[in-house]
Design a protein around this ligand. Structure first.
Ligand code: PLP
Length: 215
């Protein structure tokens, strides 16, 4: 199936309040253009340098999402254009985003990544750390937190995935009204339907659109 028809199929089932981020990491610019021509504007990358190279080459109305683990020494390269940084998982990233956004006279929007999976390897804050971060957010004038992001365990145990997503939704609801949050980024190719049922407003889908990745 073509990229355009995959996009159409996924889009047909999406509620209106859910934004689809097409995860184009490792994929060539030509694939992104196919999706772009089918009307897709939000794209996600997990490496800053790869995202910068694609930003330089591709249409400027694309909204670029940084969905991966952020290396602070590379924040400066994406600061002029990044639309939303999903993977803010430590204070140092907030500090660097703030500093670089200020240089460009921007306010960079971001999501705080929460560790919801049982797997140790996934990044993110826990609920207690989130509370601490929220208390200190006013220090970062050039960063605006607009919600949370999380990844469920990579497992066939549907019940576990549901529980992980619903725990993230619960945490989100604890702050959303007071903080004016509007974005809960959860769900990938294998679990986005489940994520939407649990309250996701933004899904990050790669292989279901572009096919398997060759690393
Ligand atoms: C790669 C990646 C995705 C997309 O994964 P697929 O299974 O290909 O849909 C989503 N979120 C993050 C953080 C990723 O790194």
């Amino acid at each position: 199936m073509s990229i355009a028809s995959q996009l159409k199929e996924i889009g047909a089932d999406l509620p209106e309040h859910v934004t689809l981020v097409a995860v184009s990491k490792t994929k060539p610019a030509s694939d992104i253009l196919q999706a772009y021509e089918a009307g897709q504007r939000d794209f996600g990358e997990n490496k800053i340098q790869e995202m910068v190279a694609k930003w330089e080459e591709l249409p400027k109305d694309i909204r670029w999402h940084m969905i991966g683990h952020v290396q602070t020494n590379k924040v400066k390269y994406m600061a002029p254009f990044v639309h939303l940084v999903h993977g803010v998982d430590r204070i140092k990233v907030l500090q660097e985003l703030d500093k670089q956004a200020k240089k460009y006279g921007r306010i960079i929007q971001c999501l705080l990544q929460i560790h919801i999976a049982k797997e140790e390897t996934k990044f993110g804050f826990d609920a207690g750390e989130l509370e601490d971060v929220m208390l200190n957010l006013h220090e970062y004038e050039h960063v605006q937190v607009v919600g949370l992001m999380g990844m469920a365990s990579n497992t066939d145990e549907t019940q576990q995935v549901i529980e992980e997503f619903s725990s993230l939704k619960e945490l989100f609801d604890r702050y959303a009204t007071r903080q004016n949050w509007n974005t809960l980024s959860m769900g990938m190719s294998g679990d986005y339907m489940c994520a939407i049922q649990q309250g996701s407003t933004m899904i990050r889908v790669g292989s279901a659109i572009f096919g398997k990745r060759n690393y």
